[in-house]
Each structure stands twice: as structure tokens, then as C-alpha cells.
Ligand binder design. Sequence first.
Ligand SMILES: Nc1nc2c(c(=O)[nH]1)N[C@H]1C(S)=C(S)[C@@H](COP(=O)(O)OP(=O)(O)OC[C@H]3O[C@@H](n4cnc5c(=O)[nH]c(N)nc54)[C@H](O)[C@@H]3O)O[C@H]1N2
Ligand SMILES: Nc1nc2c(c(=O)[nH]1)N[C@H]1C(S)=C(S)[C@@H](COP(=O)(O)OP(=O)(O)OC[C@H]3O[C@@H](n4cnc5c(=O)[nH]c(N)nc54)[C@H](O)[C@@H]3O)O[C@H]1N2
Ligand code: SF4
Ligand SMILES: [Mo]
Length: 718
Amino acid sequence: MPTTTHPTHCTLCEAHCGILVTVDGERQVTRIAGDPDDVLSRGYICPKATAMGGLHHDPDRLRTPVRRTADGFEPVGWDEALDEVGARLRAVRKEHGFRALAMYLGNPAAHSVGVANGLLLRIAMLTPNFFSASSIDQYPHEFTAWRTLGSNTLVPVVDIDRTRRLVIVGANPAVSNGSVSTMPGAKKRIRAVRERGGTVVVIDPRRTETARIADQHVAVAPGGDVYLLLGVLHVLLAEGLCDLGAVRRIADGVDELRALVAGATPEAMAPLAGVDAGTITALAREHAAAESAAMYCRIGICQQETGTLVTWLITAINTVTGNLDRPGGMMFTTPPIDAPALAKFLPVGYRKWTDRSGRYPSFRGELPVAALADEVTTPGPGRIRAMVTFAGNPVSSIPHRGELDEGLAGLDLLVSVDIYVTETTRHADFILPPLSHLERGGFNFLFPVFSVRNNARYSHPVLDPPTGGLDDWQILNRLILEVLPVPARRLLGRPLRRLSDAFTPDRMAALPLALGPYGVLRRGRRGLTVRRMRETAGGVDLGPLRPRLRKVIATRDRRVRLAPESFVAEARSTLAAALAGRGPSTPEDDGYDLKLIGRRQLKSNNSWLHNLPTMVSGSNRCSVLMHPADAERCGVTGAETVAVSSRTGTIEVALEVSDEMRPGTVAVPHGWGHSGTGWRVADGLPGQNVNTLHDPARVDRLSGNAAVNSTWVRVTTA
Ligand SMILES: Nc1nc2c(c(=O)[nH]1)N[C@H]1C(S)=C(S)[C@@H](COP(=O)(O)OP(=O)(O)OC[C@H]3O[C@@H](n4cnc5c(=O)[nH]c(N)nc54)[C@H](O)[C@@H]3O)O[C@H]1N2
Ligand SMILES: Nc1nc2c(c(=O)[nH]1)N[C@H]1C(S)=C(S)[C@@H](COP(=O)(O)OP(=O)(O)OC[C@H]3O[C@@H](n4cnc5c(=O)[nH]c(N)nc54)[C@H](O)[C@@H]3O)O[C@H]1N2
Ligand code: SF4
Ligand SMILES: [Mo]
């Protein structure tokens, strides 16, 4: 066979960069380059793109279902595996009820066209025990959107390509390429803001890769953002820098906000934020004065105990300065499957049920991951006994005091839809692997909802799938059939299976696309169809973001709620506690004197790329970053490996000393520590799981999102 080159997308992260994959005569991937035709990424790729080839060829990637035996995993046929999984799931449900079943949906699920099928499986399981990576990720964005705009789907996106002032709080898009504001080639977009005369500010305890290309870096204290932003809002309202008449036309709550921040002067907030008063004042004045301005936050904020408060204050600042829903500000997308327009019809649901302890309320149909370990391990009625994981690695990715590992091993049944034996799936009774990323394609309807430019892109499979291989959506459809309470399962099995195979992602997308803003019902023959997407090289560009808040807002009176009561109350008590000396930078007197934050690495992607030699070469390793003064004070200067301890555990990691850290703050990446997985490369690497150090009981007080930021630690010689 000749060497050929195929366009598709890198589906490792949200950016979904267009790539050109070259395959030689032996079906080996020999090159991966950026696709200049792609309407969103325009040729950009990061160093992880080549992992798409590495993953495909990785000998450790599972190609067939496996079953756990006393001597390890053995291959098993699809039908046999699915029959047994179904019978055992139904048996657990029959004996212990619906609550005994659980599902965990991980991050790559969102990158798979099978995500909708995963959500359908969740519904078919009819269990309150549904968990996902969302509650250690973007819950605060969704919670804020729900309380202020009436729906969790109305999370605004940064209009980076037009803004004159970009303020990035707790995000590092130069490495992450943007999240819940999907922006492949983020560095270029950031530089472009400056090239057109705009300003870029980064608020982050670390002088990050993004901070290095910005005009200004504000090294806030970890967890200090809430005070910094209360101070900014104080200046905006006290100095009369906003057109409040215009704000009142669309929003309620200006007076409550004004009352809340009346005492939050920059001088009072400065010591709590760890930022001087002059900087806070200038941040406010410049945001108000800019022709357009967008303040955008992400993981560094979401993973705080004040995650929702900060996300809300940012929405408030963007709104009072007139930057919500205006070009160059924070805007709403108009995606081909129009989730924002559907917002007012989709129920959100809060506190519909709780975990068994009653501490964690459900939010939009799921419980926070903070509750997962207890729901698996605490004995009693309703304990989780059978679980399905879909593209997730909770043992690595969430804090659980080491309990989840043992808890999963003790389940009656664990089924993992995954491509690897990981920290989590090694406990599975069955692992059901989908096709490789290069053997599948489809239309990802989710990320256009969060992209910085409206677009519709379709990925093509590059390589033929192996005979009998199943993709995520097919595996999930089969699992749905297994959990449906169909009495005549034997009789109906075959026709049902045929029916479920007919429910391809393309067919499932057809109707919502047709009904959407570019669909055939509105645009007639020129309308957007799956076929047109599939046949248009580089995808279809649907233009810049357009103002549409009035149309999509989901509050009953269609007004923005700037001051939700529970938020104001929480802000007041947070502020009072801090002013009484219980602020974020006051160490409790027990020897833990450094604040631990997270850090993402260009060649890592959460927990699962470390088995590829090209991804773990050079500087990509698990290390603690520490300021030289802290290293000296802790007596570790010159050490290669150090111990980082918190109240919940200790890890040993390499030491890297750098003045890019704010003194008093250390950073360790997550997703490392793979010993015992059997991975050829990853298993032998140094590094440990940073979530050992985080306490699952620390959550964002409003949304329940895991707060794996700002944990008190100490660093000693290993
Ligand atoms: N301390 C700390 N913890 C964190 C974070 C942090 O910043 N700090 N970040 C959090 C965030 S934002 C996230 S999103 C989570 C991620 O948490 P998770 O989603 O739980 O974990 P991942 O590491 O993404 O693991 C994904 C799994 O999916 C499998 N997989 C990959 N591709 C596919 C596919 O196409 N189909 C299927 N079926 N499986 C696939 C991989 O083999 C891997 O086992 O981690 C969170 N944990
Ligand atoms: N290369 C790479 N890209 C990724 C991923 C990856 O693992 N690797 N993961 C993907 C996923 S799942 C997600 S959710 C996104 C996340 O996307 P981002 O949020 O852009 O990613 P992070 O690099 O975690 O950025 C968080 C920043 O918050 C800062 N921070 C920590 N604590 C605080 C604080 O208290 N206040 C402030 N102001 N800042 C703080 C950290 O120093 C860090 O720079 O990235 C995605 N893209
Ligand atoms: S930024 Fe990198 S990992 Fe993410 S989609 Fe683009 S090439 Fe892939
Ligand atoms: Mo994430």
C-alpha cells in the first residue's frame, strides 16, 4: 500500500486541532502535522499531537475486551463479556436496588462521539450514584451560570480574537490551549491581542508560560482571588466607573452587590489577596476604561473552596463593565447543536438527592466526586456495589485518602470502558476497549458550545478498525441494552442490538442539527448537515461569536441575577472570616506552611499519556516547583528528591527550584504515579499521585467541586 496522508483531529484535549496524519505502506503512522485548512486551529498543533500515533501503536493499549482472573487479565469475546456484565449488573440491582449501581464518566468521554451514549447509559441505570470529572473541573462555571443566567449550559466564552483587554485568572492557556473557552493556538491568539494594541494580564501565583507572554503578571496568593475581585468590584462601583443605567436594564442585584463590596476597599483586600492596593485599583480602572475587556478564569479558580464565588465575581465584573455578551467581552456561542438556545427548556435540578451522608447535594443529575470514595467504602444500605467507568481514572484523578483503590477492589463488579489497564481499571472485572483514536471519527457536538469561534468540524477515521472492534458508542449502547429491564431479553436481544447499532452518532446528530441555527429547517438546501460537515475540508466556519444573551437567557424574567442570595451570604461569611484572621494565607499552627497548587504540563494530559516514550522525555516529569527562598528555609536546596506532606499523606517527588513561584507556594502536577499498572513505560517512572495530599472533604462551598488547590503542605528532605 502506498504512503497516504489523511485529515482528522487530535482528540486528546478540548482544542481538537486539525491534523494531517501520514501513514506508510505498513499502516504505521509516520508523521502528524497541523492541518492549515482547519477552521479553528489553522495549522496549530502542540507536541502532544504525535501521541495520537503513539497511542495507536502502543503495545499496552487494549485491543480486545479482557476479564480479570486470579492470574491477571485474559482476553474474552465481546458477546461473552457483555452477557456476563449484564447478568451481574442486573443481579446486583435485583438484590440491592438501583442505588447499588454507579457510573463514573471521565474527561476523554467528552472527546469521544460516544459521550451522548454515555449519558444515555447513565439514565438507563436509573441510579442517583452518577459521578463525573465535572465536579473536580467546571462545576463552579456551571453553578454560576445556573444561578445568574438560569441555566448551567450558559457558560460564557472569552472572545479572545477581538478583545482589547484580556485578564486571565487561574488558567494557563499557553499550555492547556483553553478550556471551556476552546482556543487552539492560544499563544498566538494572546499575542494577537497585544499586536492589535490590547493588553493581557495574568493573575496567577506562578509566573506561567501564559504570564511570560502577557503585559502584566499579578502573583496573587493562592485562594486570594476572591478578595482581589471584591476589591476590584468595590473600585468599579465606588468610583462610578460603570454605566449602571445600562446594567440595570438587563440585570438585577446591583444594589446588593454595592452593599456587599462597600467595605472591600483595595487597602482592606490587599493583605488578604497578597496583591497591593494600587494593583487592585488599576485592575478595576483599566477593565472599565477598555474598549472591550474579558476576564476569564479556569481550573486554578474552580478548584478552590471559593471557586463559585470567584467565578460569580468575574461574571459580575464583566457585566457591570458592559462586557457580558458584547464583542471582545465574554460571549455565548451559537453552535450547530444549539445548547445555549435549549437552556431554558433543560431542567438543571439542584439538591434533588444527596449522598448518603447528606453533605453533598446533587447538581444537574450528579453527585460530586468528593462523595465517591465514601459511597463505595462506607458500609450500609445503598453502598455502591457495581460500577461502570467510562474514560475515567478516578483513583488517580480525585482525592480519596487512598480509600478508593481498596474500595474498587472490593466491589461485586467493576466494568471499565477504557483503552488501558490503569490505576482504576486494574480493579475491573472487565475492561471493554473502544477503537483507537485514529480508527474512529464523527462530529463532536460538545466543544463548539465552548469554542471561541463558531464552527462545525467532522473527524474522519484514518485507519480501518480491526474486524469486530467496537467504538465507545457501540459498547455503551450494548451496556444500555444490558441494563434495560427487558423481561424477554433472550428473545429480543438480536433485534434490539440491531436497532441500537442503527443509532449511530451521525444519525443521532441529524435531527438536532436540522433544528439548529444553521440547519435545513432554517436555511433550506444551504443548511448544515452531517454530510456537508463530513465533506468540507477543514470543517465549516460559522463566524465570530454573536451577541445573543437576550434570546438565550433562561431566568424566568430574562434578567441577569447579579446577586444570588446564597452567593452574597457566602461572600459575606468568607469575607468576615478572612478579616477575623482566618484568611487563605494564615497557616494553621501545625507545621504545614506552604500552599500547594496544581500545574499542567505541555506533554502530559491528565493521567494517561505517560506510557508514550515521546511524552515523558526531557523536562516532562513529576516535580515540585518551589521558590529558592522557600527551598532554603526548608533546608532542601540542592536535593534531588523531596517529601511533600499534608495532613492526608506524603509523596516523594523531584525538586525544581524556580523564582517563577510566588514565595510560600509550591506546585505539583497531577496524573503521575503509575507503579503497579504494568505499563511498560509509565510503571517505571518516578513520580507520585498528588491527590494523596488533598483532602476529599475540601470542596467549593457552593457547588461541591473538589478543592484540590491551596492545600497546606510542608516540604522536607526525602
Ligand atoms: N490534583 C488535581 N487533580 C485533578 C486535576 C487537577 O488539576 N489537580 N484536574 C481534574 C480535571 S480538570 C480533570 S478533567 C480530571 C480528569 O480525570 P479523569 O477523567 O478521571 O481521568 P483521566 O486522567 O482523564 O483518565 C481518562 C481515562 O480515559 C481513558 N481513555 C482515553 N481515551 C479514551 C477513549 O477515547 N475512550 C475511552 N473509553 N477511554 C479513554 C484513559 O485510558 C484513562 O484511563 O482530573 C482532575 N483531577
Ligand atoms: N497540556 C495539557 N493541556 C490540558 C490538560 C493537560 O493535562 N495538559 N488538561 C485539560 C483539562 S482536563 C483542563 S480542565 C484544562 C485546564 O485548563 P487551565 O485551567 O488553563 O490549566 P492549568 O494549567 O491547570 O491552569 C490553572 C492555573 O491556575 C493557577 N492557579 C493555581 N491556584 C491558583 C489560585 O489560587 N489563584 C489563581 N489566580 N491561579 C491559581 C495555576 O498556577 C495554573 O497556572 O486543560 C486541558 N488541557
Ligand atoms: S492542543 Fe495539542 S493535545 Fe490538544 S488537540 Fe491540539 S494538538 Fe491535540
Ligand atoms: Mo478537565
